[in-house]
Design a protein. Sequence first.
Lengths: 101, 660
Amino acid sequence: MEITLNWYLTLSALLFSMGVLGFLFRRNAIVMLMCVELMLNSVNLSLVAISQSLGDSAGLILVFFVMSVAAAEAAVGLALVIAIFRNKLTIDITKINLFKY
Amino acid sequence: MEPELLIKLVILLPLLGAAFTGLLGLFVPSFRSREGVISSIATSMVAIPFLITLFLFLNFEGDAIVADAFIWFAAGELSVSFAYRIDELSLLMTLIVTGVGGLIHLYAVGYMHGDDGFWRFFAYLNLFIFAMLNLVLGNNLVVLFLGWEGVGLCSYLLIGFWYKDLKNSAAANKAFIMNRIGDFAFLLAMFMIFKEIGALDFDSILTDGLTMSEGTIYLIVLLLFIGATGKSAQIPLFTWLPDAMAGPTPVSALIHAATMVTSGLYLLARLSPLVLMADGIMALIAIVGAITALVAATIAITQNDIKKVLAYSTVSQLGYMFLATGVGAFYVAIFHVMTHAFFKGCLFLGSGSVIHGMHEVEHELAHDGHGHELDPQDMRTMGGLKSFMPATRTTFLISTLAISGIPLLSGFFSKDEILFKAFEAGMFGFDAGWFVWVIGLLTAFLTAVYMTRAYVLTFEGEPRWPHADTIRPHESPWTMTVPLWVLAGMSVVGGYLGIPAVIAHGELNWIHHWLAGENGPVSEAVFDGHVGLGMEWGLIVLGSLIALSGVLLGWTWYSRHGLSFDEKISARFGRLYKLWQGKYYLDEAYDKAVVRPMIGAAENGLAPFDKYVIDGLVNFVGFFTRGASFTLRYMQTGLVHSYAVAIVFGAVLLIWLMLF
């Protein structure tokens, strides 16, 4: 059985949905960051697949940008999590709600 | 040297002088007290242009020369350049402006000595000369208007020169605002001319402009005349001029007697061919001029402030000039401008010299601790000054006789010519001519009376200030008396430039040939016939008799009865005198009719509108934002999840919209 573009896109959509749902329903900040990574990489996957099927390398270049942004985001995000943990001794996101009305 | 280059020099030197004294005085405080440097620079920046103009005048060959400096601005069809015109009219006016102006600069050196604003005063004066030269030399209406506004500005600055007294600032404001009314009409006239012929230079206006439709010309001339009534202080806009006496006396002499106030007449004379085509407006000009002359003369009789008498006298004489303009004798109006510049300049400077002397008296009274207060301009506290100030007295007397029209002095020639022209106009079909002639004669008599009154009350009789036996005023320094003597001399001989037509059939009437000759710049009304020689002699004798009787009666009344004669006049004329004394209640009427309604409308209409509508709108925006955010702020839960849900929904919504 040949693996067509649709397979890749279906996998990408599944991974993205898992990321979204994880972000919405988990309360652990680190897990939420991981969910964001999952969403980014699912998009990467679809980019690579479409780029391959069209024979256009522009999508591949975009992937590198996404990866570098993801790396930076992870670094900043984790640093924030550590800083918050030192202050409040928790990383439960529902407990961190100072920035409200 | 080429005339084009020289005329630019004439224009530029006063501007340089103003910039030099003004800027250096502004930024270098130690320069301000260098009176010698300031005054010599400022005076020479007017004297040199005078000499240059004299050179141009003597070498003038009869063809107008236009010196085009550079294009000021150009937009579409309109192109306006800084162009200056040398012809008979502008040369004569420039000579008056720089000549009389130079003398008054010299006079001001003595008069303003020791004033804190010495540098400021001379910077303004030079700036005024620059603006006035733009006015009389400009070759198009735009440059003329630049000068027109420039002199208005300088007049404002100099009336309010002693600005620490609120009264002076108010007078300056009044002058400026009343002038704006006239300026607006002038602007409208300019717009109309441009709309009709597409150009604003005098050559085009006086060729293409004459082909405009009759109604248009009427309207344009009317608007120009309204402009002239503002600047030249005619009914209904003359009330600013007497108030303008709040400025230093040299300013009154230069701006409010000799030069600026005559610019309306210059404007009408410059456009005389156009004005002549609107005969209905001409009649209006003549009547307004005559009534102004009479009204101002009757007020002048009742005034006690020496400068106020001269101010109303100026308004009255300006009325005379408009009278001449209205009967189509433009060159006579300019002739009277010139002679008036001499004798009224001399009278004002003489009054300044008197005030200078009376200041001394005021000063000593204040020091002696007598507790007396003295108004140095009030003639009721003067008297007998002839033995203290002989030079001032002699020159004042000469110019008083000249303005009264005593034969063979300058005022006689110009005033007689005006009355003759009015008579001629009346005789040959110009209906208003008779009316203005009669009023002119009446005013001539009044002029002689009130000027003699001013002279007698000031210089003759016994001194009336307190402690007159010990406190004595002194004659002014030479910088003040030399200009007086020169101007008095000109008031004597200036009239011989316009010897009336009874002698040698007008061959000797130089000013007529110069201004209104074959190629002259000034037109004049042409009548169907001529007044006979005998009739003209008769008119001259009549004019002389009126002037002589005015002076003699004034002299006997006031030297015999002194101040108390005013009460006799008051008793004789009753309520009429009250009307004169109250200046026809024009200020009060304007206050009631214009100023108060305006203030009322502002207070009751505009102020609430501003407070409730404009401010209300602004405040509503603020209140609305506050009210809305009071409920909307609960959307900010601080929970990351709620924001994430919003983002997801938003993204889904966007994709939905894009796909379907």
